[in-house]
Design a protein around this ligand. Structure first.
Ligand SMILES: [Zn+2]
Length: 317
């Protein structure tokens, strides 16, 4: 196995030190921050950004305007452990606190002001079942209390530039509905890196680059990074084709109620289901059917009780 890139090895050797690298061009332009390994076992972004650091250090890639920050390992403890979380999920309750309670709170105290100092965030993730890469965007423009937003057009343009042809919109609203289904009041737990970025006046896209550990996911992450650079005019790189098709809209989430709840087959994200088609079965024998023609998203056969079993989206149109 090839030696780990020096910067990634540093993150493992010193999980209590975050490192990032910023290039600032004297020609004004947009500012972009790119993060890998927010979830420690999702390593494609870390590897892609380590390559990008080499490209920038050695001049193969040159910033032409604006500002670019790369955070190859956003959660060093989880990365060191090769686990999703260090002490908790860094992509939940991403809100800086004066009194940090755990490792991720301490990470957020450092990362939150960094994110807030940029226009756009590209967050590089991977997923735990086979499937096609996809991008996630937030709400449409709105002036509501929960997630007001005015930069949906810029955010969607970023998602369309990343070289994937699957885009999902509207996560927080559906996550909040899941919280209410658990009898909880939606709170800051639903605020991840992207939601925090929007709360600070920026915009953000998460790209899920493929299955954890799939070497192809690194290439997907690199292509997405180059697509973002080209779109924002930060560097002269070849960009993937822009995706012009419709985005799917998240609509429902179904929670696991018992360890005996099962998915009726090995769903992949974006598998189409028709109204009435069985998707899962409760421990009680009750069959959960698609309430409308839609798409299965984020099937999680090993989720814990109270966590998401799968999501449903409406195909875009
Ligand atoms: Zn992730």
């Amino acid at each position: 196995m090839a030696a780990l890139h020096d910067w990634l090895q540093r993150a493992i050797d010193q999980p209590d030190v975050l490192h990032w690298h910023t290039w600032s061009a004297l020609t004004p332009g947009p500012s972009l921050v790119v993060m890998g390994a927010v979830h420690g076992n999702e390593t494609c972004g870390a590897h892609a950004l380590a390559h990008a650091l080499d490209d920038l250090a050695q001049g193969r890639l040159q910033l032409q305007r604006g500002r670019l920050t790369l955070v190859p390992v956003a959660n060093p403890l989880a990365f060191k452990q090769n686990t999703r979380e260090g002490e908790r999920n860094l992509n939940r309750s991403f809100v800086p606190r004066p009194d940090p309670q755990d490792y991720e709170d301490r990470v957020i105290r450092q990362l939150a002001p960094l994110l807030a100092a940029h226009d756009a965030l590209l967050d590089l993730h991977s997923f735990h079942t086979p499937g096609q890469p996809f991008a996630m965007v937030g709400p449409r423009n709105n002036s509501g209390a929960r997630e007001p937003f005015v930069r949906a057009a810029e955010e969607m343009a970023l998602a369309r530039s990343l070289g994937v042809d699957l885009i999902v919109e509207g996560w927080l609203e559906v996550y909040d509905r899941a919280a209410r289904a658990r009898g909880e009041t939606p709170d800051e737990v639903g605020i991840g890196t992207n939601e925090y970025m929007r709360s600070q006046g920026g915009y953000a896209v998460t790209i899920e680059c493929g299955e954890h550990g799939d070497p192809q996911a690194v290439a997907v992450a690199e292509q997405a990074f180059h697509g973002a650079l080209a779109l924002l005019g930060l560097a002269d790189v070849s960009a993937p084709p822009r995706f012009a098709g419709p985005a799917a809209r998240l609509r429902d989430v179904v929670l696991r109620e018992s360890p005996g709840d099962t998915l009726v087959r090995h769903w992949r994200s974006f598998d189409a289901v028709q109204a009435g088609q069985p998707i899962a079965q409760r421990d009680s024998g009750e069959v959960l059917r698609a309430p409308y023609d839609g798409l299965v998203l984020f099937p999680y056969p090993e989720s814990e009780v109270g966590q998401e079993l799968y999501y449903l989206a409406e195909p875009g149109g």
